[in-house]
Write a protein that binds this ligand. Structure first.
Ligand SMILES: [Zn+2]
Length: 419
């Protein structure tokens, strides 16, 4: 057979496998007949492709034991198989690494959060530490028997997703750091073979996590705002990530909000994150607890806890600084609201534990600067995913890529039927 025809047929088959996977994910439990009706594929095509998806550990018949395939029983219900696959997300940020592994229904199998000064460590040592954390996850009994779909890495900066390169991450001080190759090599050294490695922006992946599994899951027009040393926005419009011409969109941390304001990590003055990023907030709330020089490592999480404790006890300085940061966030959120009209703006990361004192001023500023009539409920919410959001998004985006036929299918767990 002609190679072109063969590869065309392969592409159609891959695309149909994804179509079926998505249909079952949406409707499970559902029968083969329902899948055929939902996808427009013939019953025999559905039957053959469902068999392949079962063999590869992606679908199962409801109630079936692992590896069992009870062919030919009409009306048997299908569901996504949560037993044999794991997708891993890994976030590297200024002061920590977070790793989350999920199964195929995006239930968390494993998560670890480690204080880590990625800025001081530099790219080489950071990759080394990321590989160690991956090894720890892979050795966990809940993951040990599973096929790893891939590793999705979240980074606070501009990312060239096509090449897996961090173009510019000012708060990490990384420029043109190729992450995909070294992480893939580390995985290969652990005997995993060629595991796909994706690299993307932390805010964009946070938005994916909120859309697929946060308390506002399913909200199609949503903005996720990271609350770290840097501030970034992941924007979903109609459920689709807004990436921009080069994939560099969403950098609201460097929106100029305050002419003559403090110096930002990017070198400019007046950026939002120099006013409302977590380092700026902590300088206002707990200046007596901060070390000299740039804030890094475990000191950040400690100072965030101290800030929440002081604000809860009524400390006027802490509450005042949080209200001021909340107002800066609200002004930026109003720009997003006027531009995009999202259903929800979700504040993530370190903004979550500080939300009780950030949100009132934030909401007041949004109300004051948004032209549309007030909506029924709150526009700005605190995330329920905390510091796991970006890593969860990295894992979830791999599951989504599989559903869309953009990842190699995992190997068959039993030989293909002959003929
Ligand atoms: Zn800046």
């Amino acid at each position: 057979m002609d190679d072109g025809v063969k590869s065309g047929q392969h592409a159609v088959r891959t695309s149909n496998l994804g179509l079926i996977l998505r249909a079952v994910r949406r409707r499970a439990p559902c029968s083969r007949a329902e899948v055929a009706a939902a996808t427009g594929l013939t019953k025999s095509t559905v039957s053959s492709l469902v068999g392949e998806l079962i063999d590869r550990g992606l679908l199962r018949e409801a109630g079936a034991a692992a590896g069992e395939r009870r062919v030919g029983r009409p009306g048997v219900m299908l569901e996504v198989d949560d037993r044999s696959i794991a997708a891993i997300g890994l976030e590297v940020n200024v002061d920590y690494l977070t790793i989350v592994a999920v199964d195929l229904v995006e239930r968390e199998l494993f998560s670890r959060h480690a204080d880590f000064d990625a800025r001081a460590a530099g790219p080489g040592a950071s990759v080394h530490r990321m590989a160690a954390l991956l090894a720890e996850a892979l050795a966990d009994p809940l993951l040990a028997e599973r096929t790893v779909l891939g590793v999705g890495i979240a980074v606070p900066g501009l990312v060239d997703a096509a090449t897996g390169t961090v173009t510019h991450a000012p708060n990490l001080r990384w420029h043109d750091v190729a992450l995909r190759g070294p992480v893939a090599a580390a995985l290969a050294r652990q005997g995993l073979g060629a595991v796909p490695v994706a690299v993307d922006n932390d805010a964009g992946l946070g938005a994916v996590a909120e859309h697929r599994g946060g308390h506002l899951a399913g909200t199609p027009d949503l903005v996720y705002v990271t609350g770290e040393v840097g501030i970034g926005a992941g924007v979903l419009v109609g459920g689709v990530p807004l990436r921009g011409a080069r994939g560099y969109g969403g950098e609201i941390g460097h929106m100029p909000v305050d002419r003559g304001g403090p110096r930002c990590g990017c070198g400019r003055r007046g950026c939002l994150e120099a006013r409302a990023g977590i380092a700026a907030i902590l300088r206002g709330t707990v200046p007596d607890l901060l070390p000299d020089g740039p804030l890094a490592g475990a000191a950040i999480a400690r100072a965030v806890r101290a800030t929440a404790e002081r604000a809860a006890s009524g400390d006027a300085r802490a509450r005042g600084a949080l209200a001021e940061a909340g107002e800066w966030l609200g002004r930026a959120a109003a720009v997003l609201a006027n531009l995009l009209d999202p259903s929800a703006i979700v504040l993530g990361g370190y903004f979550v534990p500080l939300a009780p004192w950030l949100l009132p001023a934030c909401e007041a500023a949004v109300a004051a600067h948004t032209i549309a009539p007030p909506r029924g409920g709150a526009l700005v919410h605190a995330s329920t995913l905390g510091l796991r959001a970006a890593a969860r998004g990295g894992a979830a985006s791999l599951v989504d890529a599989l559903d869309r036929g953009r990842l190699p299918l995992p190997p068959r767990r039993r030989p293909a039927p002959r003929g």
